[in-house]
Design a protein around this ligand. Structure first.
Ligand code: C5P
Length: 221
């Protein structure tokens, strides 16, 4: 079966984008790109720089001057593998703060488009603005959604499974704050593209969502 690509996969925090995107990419033997890693890397750069003010120009310069590279779920900044430090709630919050800055988005979108071009369309790219901005002309656009409670419950369970401390109420309020900032920003707000298929995943397993996405991407015979 032949599939159409690239596949643009968007959705709010913990909507299952990474698990589903990786599963789809693995099945097809395509490249997987998680654009959230880029914003987390720049959030980490801003935290480390101890900036007095997170201005558009200064944070964008930090992003531009650094060599940011990803491979599946790993990410490096100037050759340093930061994959294990960028998963923290502090870096997640910093990522959503730098994501409102237009110049930062311009730098990162250009990096992401280059990566998609290198994959020659055989790519599954996940994020918040893939179907609306980065790959606005992708032939397959999917928007995953689920209730805030179901998504917070997933994040909370994952943290406990890793042996990390987790407070469900805190996870839920952090997630709602990030969703609010992502949806209300003026540049590339989180929303389904007009031509996206919206999948509500509350009562679906990751495997069922992967199968749904593969079906939507099938080339009609
Ligand atoms: O997906 P993840 O939670 O790793 O993304 C971290 C943050 O990066 C998001 O909360 C969002 O603010 C930002 N982001 C974005 N556009 C993308 C991917 C992520 O604004 N394409």
């Amino acid at each position: 079966m032949t599939h159409r690509g690239p596949i643009a996969l968007d959705g709010p925090v913990a909507s299952g984008k990474t698990t589903v995107g990786q599963g789809v990419a693995q099945t097809l033997g395509w490249t997987f790109i998680d654009t959230g890693l880029f914003y987390r890397a720049v959030g980490l750069l801003a935290l480390r720089a101890n900036l007095e003010e997170w201005s558009n120009e200064v944070v964008a310069r930090l992003a531009q001057q650094s060599e940011i590279a990803t491979d599946d779920t790993r990410i490096t900044i100037d050759g340093e593998d930061v994959s294990d430090v960028i998963g923290s709630p502090d870096v997640a919050a910093a990522a959503s703060r730098v994501a409102v800055l237009s110049d930062v988005r311009r730098v990162l979108v250009s990096m992401q488009r280059k990566m998609a071009e290198q994959a020659d369309g055989r790519v599954v790219m996940v994020g918040r603005d893939i179907g609306t901005v980065v790959l606005w002309d992708a032939p397959v656009k999917i928007y995953l959604d689920a209730s805030a409670e179901a998504r917070a419950q997933r994040r909370h369970a994952e943290a406990l499974e890793r042996g990390d401390e987790s407070d469900y109420g805190r996870v839920l309020s952090d997630l709602q704050e990030r969703d609010r900032r992502d949806s209300e920003r003026t540049d590339s707000p989180l929303k389904p593209a007009d031509d996206a298929h919206v999948l509500i995943t509350d009562s679906l397993t990751p495997q069922q969502v992967i199968e749904n996405v593969l079906k939507l991407a099938e080339l009609p015979s």
